[in-house]
Design a protein around this ligand. Sequence first.
Ligand SMILES: [Zn+2]
Length: 257
Amino acid sequence: MDSSLAAAYTSRSQAARAVTETWVAENLYCPSCSSETLDPTKPGTKVVDFRCPVCTEPFQLKSQSHPFHSRVLDSAYEPMIQSIANFTVPSFLFLHYNPLEWMVRDLFLVPRHFLSPSFIEKRPPLRPTAERAGWVGCNILLSSLPQDARIDAVRNGIDLPPGDVRGAWSAFSFLRHTTAESRGWIADVLACVREIRRIEFTLDDVYAFEGRLGELHKDNRNVRPKIRQQLQVLRDRGVLEFLGRGRYRVIRVPQTR
Ligand SMILES: [Zn+2]
């Protein structure tokens, strides 16, 4: 990264913002199409930091000097849920840099087609004494996402081939053509399938997640039929194969970390 940009800032966080945004503008390509560049949005644009000049995919950059863990603080809760419902939510770029050498250590992408309320945690309202008393923020639950939703572009300082990144992105871009509710169900069941961590599994293995899925979809009492329906979608999209008698085999595996 170009650390000379940091010299213009007294605030460490503003310096980091300038350096990481410039790095993205100069180095990152669009994972959603063949564009070799992403354009920064106008300063002050809310939520969206970059946009693809070709396919218009919006991105929000989150950068920090330590690795990302299970949850990441984001903006206000209700607008986030609304933007997921109407699909104006941006895709996310999670950039972890080394602050001593100003090096990009890791960069992973989360396509917005994977985002659903299941992966957004409502935070407690700010205290009455806070400047924005009562304001409710949210966390993105990275650890709850299916592994397929976290696409590595840089790992331990090494760039991954753009073809692999774009392939991992497009493998689930069919979710964009479904309803917000369907996207949520498919992503949730896929997360369960990945959590089983076996190439072959049974319907009962997935039914074991019935309680969790019921919690995530409280208005749906027929969780088992919904599970079977999502497994069919995953089969139709080449993620799974049906072996018969309630047995399944994974065909598409996510990127390994
Ligand atoms: Zn694009």
